[in-house]
Structure formats: structure tokens, C-alpha cells
Design a protein around this ligand. Sequence first.
Ligand SMILES: [Zn+2]
Ligand SMILES: [Zn+2]
Ligand SMILES: [Zn+2]
Length: 258
Amino acid sequence: MKVLFLGSGTSTGVPVIGCRCEVCTSTDPRNKRLRSSVLVSTHSTKLLVDSGPDLRAQALKFGFTAIDAVIYTHEHLDHVAGFDDLRAFCWERDELLPLYAGEGCLARLREMYPWALAEKQTYRGYVRARCLCHGGAAFRVGDIEVQPVRVIHAAVETYGYVFRSADGASFGYVPDIKELPPESAPMLRGLDALAMDGLCFPPHRTHLCVDETVALMRELKPGRGYITHSGHRLEYSALTAYLPDFISPAYDGLELCL
Ligand SMILES: [Zn+2]
Ligand SMILES: [Zn+2]
Ligand SMILES: [Zn+2]
């Protein structure tokens, strides 16, 4: 199973428009962060997690042209606003594109994009999708098993996911989280790799800060940990030096082979 980080940034992206800070003006490509998203794939299955506002740029930059499903973490705009660019992934397929999400996120998508998600669709050029509410229960797409993991983040229903391939490789992805409910913790324990929210150094109201993420990862003990959904106060090299050996910052274009 492979995991490609399409974006590792928070909702503003990095650089932030108009900001002249050290990170926003850095020439290190690992300090440039599109909005958070990953592509999880095996030889036969490709899953896109979220369709953020940078989806078009990400598809062009990384050259992916077909996906088997989109899996949504939650309804915040930095995770859904690229929805309309899913059109390009629908034109070449006969079946509807499956969209997996929790109930809250699907309701929001239906409100935001009624022309595409209406019961009776009128135009073939729109996103042609099938909404599948997972309700927190595990599901399978192709040869990848997906376990939703309910987490606490802002006031909206939010999920992280654990992806498992047929050969037993496991990857956990939790880009937006403030708190891990005790009943969700066992699902994220002992994974081969785990990528989690690490927005900044100071504590934040709706996201884990770096020290909280490190503490949580020490408990969950992944083979490797990755910090993602990061803001412009985190400089790649400085953060790498700060983190314990088993955790690295994710960056756009980072690919894991599990
Ligand atoms: Zn900045
Ligand atoms: Zn969010
Ligand atoms: Zn977010």
C-alpha cells in the first residue's frame, strides 16, 4: 500500500497570502503546503481522502487521473471546497463515483452541491456521485479496508481513518483533531504509520498543537508518525530537529510505501 501526501497544510495553505514570515518566504519546497489530503493506493485501488480547494492543483502536480472513491473526514471547506473538480474523475467512468462520509458531512455536501447530488441528475458533465454514509462502521473499497475513527474537532462530526491492505499494512490518517475519545484510541494503536494534525506550537482551540500530537503518538505507538495539517509557524527543518526520532513532519509529495 502506498500513501502520497497531496497536501500537508492547514486551511490557509502555506505560504499564507500576504505573509512575509520566514516559512512563507522559504525556498525549501517542504515549507510549501497545499491543503491537507492524501491518496491511498494499492496496485488495484486508489482512494482520495477529502477534496479540498487545492484538488485541481494536486491532481495536476501529482498526475493522478482516476480514483475509485473519495473518503471525507468532515465538512470544513479546506476538506470539501474542491468538490467541483471531481468532475474530471467522473467523465471517464460509467458508474457513479462513491463518496464515503459520516452523516453530517454528506448532509452538508448535499446542501452545498444540490445540482450534483440531487436524486435526479440532469446533466452528465456534473460530478456524478453516490453518497455512502458509513455511520462509523468499517467498509471496503477494492482491496483496501477502511475503518472510520470518530474524533473531536471544532463543532462538526469528524472522522479519521485507518486503511488496511490485504497484506496487513496499516495507515492511520487524522488531519483534524483536538481530542481522541477513549473509545476511538484502540483503533489507532500500533499502526505501521500514523499521520496526525499538528497545527502549530501554541495550544489551539480546535486542533492539536505539536506537543499534544507528540504526547498522543507516544501513547499510540505507530511504527512511524507524521505531523500534517500544519500552519506557517512550523518550519520543516526546525520541526524535524524538534520531533522525536519516530515522528517526522509530512510534506507535499511525501510518499510512504507500507
Ligand atoms: Zn507566514
Ligand atoms: Zn477542520
Ligand atoms: Zn482542516
